[in-house]
Design a protein around this ligand. Structure first.
Ligand SMILES: *Cc1c(COP(=O)(O)O)cnc(C)c1O
Length: 369
């Protein structure tokens, strides 16, 4: 059996260090926020080259609170890619804003800058679009150069959804460091994963981080004086302690993923399977290794064959967001985003995690062949 992601090997590798860190955290009897959370905020901010960080309860809240802190409110519109995990658009809607979808770039699976500009041009006069959320899907950053240029031209905020891309880079700039705010998820299966839920927002804006810290803690800066209606979205101390240990290894683990990806690329390309496209200047962290077939039938056959032989393989994501039942009210229909729809039919993620062995990879490649 080869799972899509195996968390056990990594856990065993760092278990001793983690246990010591957890014990120290528990001994401190500060179970929420506390010293480990403060230090983890500083460490991630330094790692990404950003001034401030605000640790929150999960990645979805990171996006939701970042939008709120940047002033997005009821009745506003926020653009994001139709091809992403639900949470990106869920956070927009939970903020009271209306999700506006944009198609993806065919080769990178990230938001299409041309599509974004077209949308903004059409909406131009009296536009209610306040922000765009580029998602760094599968561990590769969106085309941030173009996106920042367009956002500046139309005067909208940029919130990066870097949930899948901790450690990724674009021309040397780290994921989460290029927008007005950068959001991370430390869900256990992410490249930098906690042992429970956790998330974070990065920003260079002192006012933004102040607001974030008020929103994450019930809307009070001074205890029992609530200036806004906030959330309960604080990070647990033991999660920060665990993440501080794992942060030391993230570059090593991401490098391992890259070498595994290079092996897949080399073996699968000649079989006529479309392997991940990495434009110049992009540092891909392969949260997921996603291959693509010429049609849905071939994808389905490959998926079945792998699954029947004990190899987990899945599509991320089988239904683009504009076709989700919960977003029916937005009025989109099939055919609106042909690239996103095509990707949902023809792509397949195959096992990828730093501890995956060559032998396992050989087996997967043989099955696909
Ligand atoms: C995981 C993920 C999120 C949400 O993170 P949680 O910590 O699970 O709330 C948001 N966006 C993307 C693209 C994700 O992959």
């Amino acid at each position: 059996m080869i799972p899509i992601v195996d968390l056990k090997g990594q856990y065993l590798g760092v278990k001793k260090e983690i246990m010591r860190a957890v014990e120290d955290a528990l001994d401190s009897c500060q179970f929420i926020l506390g010293e480990d959370v403060n230090k983890f905020e500083e460490e991630v901010a330094r790692y990404a080259g950003k001034k401030y960080a605000c640790a929150v309860a999960n990645g979805t809240d990171a996006i939701l609170l970042a939008l709120k802190a940047l002033g997005v409110k009821e009745g506003d519109e926020v653009i994001t890619c139709a091809f992403t995990y639900f949470a990106t658009a869920g956070a927009i809607a939970r903020c009271g804003a209306r999700p506006v979808f944009c198609d993806m770039d065919r080769r990178t699976y990230n938001i299409s800058p041309e599509g974004l500009e077209k949308l903004l041009k059409v909406k131009s006069a009296g536009s209610r679009v306040k922000a765009v959320i580029p998602v760094h899907l599968y561990g590769q950053m969106a085309d941030m150069g173009e996106i920042l240029k367009i956002a500046k031209k139309y005067n909208i905020k940029v919130v990066e959804d870097a949930a899948q891309a901790f450690g990724a880079a674009f021309n040397g700039k780290k994921a989460g460091s290029m927008g007005d705010a950068g959001c991370f998820s430390f869900y256990p299966g992410k490249n930098l994963g906690a042992y429970g839920d956790a998330g974070m927002v990065l920003t260079d804006d002192a006012r933004c981080v102040d607001t974030l810290k008020i929103y994450r803690n019930q809307g009070n800066k001074i205890r029992y004086r609530h200036t806004v209606i906030g959330h309960n979205s604080r990070m647990d101390t033991i999660q920060a302690a665990i993440l501080r240990v794992k942060l030391k290894y993230i570059d090593e683990w991401n490098a391992k993923r890259q070498s595994l990806a290079a092996f897949y690329d080399e073996r699968l390309g000649p079989l006529g399977i479309i392997t991940p496209f990495v434009p110049k200047g992009k540092f891909h962290t392969y949260h997921l290794y996603v291959i693509r077939f010429k049609d849905k039938r071939k994808r389905d056959t490959a998926e079945r064959l792998l699954n029947e032989n004990g190899v987990d393989a899945r599509t991320y994501y089988p239904i683009p967001l504009h076709l989700q039942e919960c977003f029916k009210y937005l009025g989109y229909k099939k055919g609106d985003f042909p690239e996103a729809e095509g990707a949902s039919r023809e792509t397949l993620a195959i096992p990828m995690y730093p501890e995956l062995t060559r032998e396992q990879q050989e087996f997967i490649v043989t099955l696909l062949k």
